[in-house]
Design a protein around this ligand. Structure first.
Ligand code: PLP
Length: 399
């Protein structure tokens, strides 16, 4: 038993691979398109879209991001505990009880209405602090934010509260990555109305920001002082029709190793419910990944890559495994690498491909992989730096 301690833990034959070299390159390509006056807010909510928030945050800041965008108090506190001192902007709305924690951890809150603004001002005053805030303007998304034609009251309230410093005003596009930009431009016009009214009253603000990845790509006139970039930094374009930046590459891949084979005779069926029946002799491979890992529960749909070739899924995906037809890949052997999402040779399965299987969007695919798939960090198309979780690689990255 004691000998085990000297051996590396084997880990599962299924994992996600995070290429931090590509992340860095994507950030450099994005930064190179931004004039020096336009700041980058790297959006690392939901564990950096499933890539690992600590590692991504560190690299984004090294590549010149002004700050980081997050969704929950827990996410922000985890980055503070990891020693990150950069501005952390909490998107969304805060419960009253969260405000003292936000102030204590120097988190920047988005304000959407007056009650939270007044309460935050009190909490900040009690802590003897003047805290920066961003006011979210609802220009048509109708999620968070104060309605554009009612925004001035909130802005004037915030300006009157001495313990608050109006650092930013922002809005969010409902449709920035589709070919038709009519609604995005209407939203921008409404936002500009608010900015004009602010200017008229002499209200100054450091950061006016509207763009997510789609807006950054396709609405250069909306970049203003800062852009909030999530999915593009992870190497996935928000839609099929938005502008492309050459050199942007996906950071995440999902891989596994073949964990078994079956030889099928004509008439043999595969899996629960016997949803696939072999017409001829076939060889199938077992992939030890299932819907319990976030793979969509498809039946006789989708592919994986083995030896650079497409192997179709046969039967239904189960919790922990699915079966693929490897009849045309006779060289496939036990524990050979399977690419579930990513590139192998000249073939590629993208997050968008899996989104189609899932009846969803690429964002949902990236964030939907479960943590029982261990994250392995690699760098710039080279070998894994470490076979353990990304956290163990952090020190290597920092050097
Ligand atoms: C998530 C989010 C973003 C980032 O969007 P991407 O499309 O991933 O670039 C930007 N702004 C807000 C308010 C968000 O919630």
């Amino acid at each position: 038993m004691t000998q085990l301690e000297t051996q590396p833990f084997p880990g599962r034959p299924a994992w996600t691979e995070i290429d931090l070299g590509r992340l860095r390159r994507n950030l450099q390509l994005i930064r190179s398109e931004l004039p020096p006056g336009v700041q980058l807010l790297a959006v690392v909510k939901d564990e950096a879209y499933g890539h690992g928030a600590r590692e991504v945050a560190k690299i984004a800041l090294e590549e010149g991001a002004w700050g980081l965008g997050l969704s929950t108090l827990e996410e922000a506190m985890a980055l503070r505990e990891a020693g990150i001192r950069a501005p952390l902007l909490l998107l969304g709305e805060r419960q009253p009880a969260e405000l003292p924690w936000c102030v204590a951890h120097n988190l920047t809150v988005c304000l959407n209405e007056e009650t939270t603004a007044t309460l935050l001002a009190k909490v900040a005053a009690r802590a003897n602090k003047r805290v920066p805030v961003h006011i979210k303007i609802n220009t048509g998304m109708n999620r968070y934010g104060v309605r554009w034609d009612k925004a001035l009251e909130l802005i004037e309230l915030v300006c009157s509260l001495k313990s608050l410093e109006l650092e930013g005003v922002l809005t969010h596009f409902a449709q920035s990555d589709e070919a038709d930009k009519t609604f995005a431009n209407l939203q921008l016009a409404r936002f500009n109305q608010v900015l004009a009214a602010m200017a008229q009253r002499g209200v100054a603000v450091k950061f006016r920001h509207t763009c997510n990845s789609g807006g950054f790509l396709d609405l250069p006139h909306a970049h203003l002082d800062m852009v909030r970039i999530g999915i593009l930094m992870y190497g996935v374009f928000p839609s099929a029709v938005c502008r492309r930046i050459p050199g942007i590459q996906p950071v995440m891949a999902v891989k596994a190793r073949i964990a078994g084979f079956q030889q099928l005779e004509p008439g043999d069926s595969v899996g629960y419910g016997m949803r696939f029946t072999a017409k001829t002799r076939m060889r199938i491979g077992i992939v030890p990944v299932g819907y319990g890992d976030g793979f969509p529960r498809v039946i006789n749909q989708g592919h994986v890559l083995i030896h650079g070739k497409r192997a179709p899924i046969v039967g239904g995906v189960t919790m922990d495994a699915f079966m693929v037809d490897v009849t045309a890949i006779p060289e496939a052997q036990m524990w050979d690498e399977v690419v579930i999402m990513g590139k192998q040779g000249t073939e590629e399965i993208t997050a968008h491909d899996i989104a189609r299987l899932k009846g969803s969007v690429s964002y949902d695919v990236l964030t939907g992989w479960r943590l029982r798939l261990q994250r392995k960090c690699v760098s710039a198309d080279t070998q894994p730096l470490d076979t353990h979780a990304c956290l163990t690689v952090e020190h290597a990255v920092a050097k």
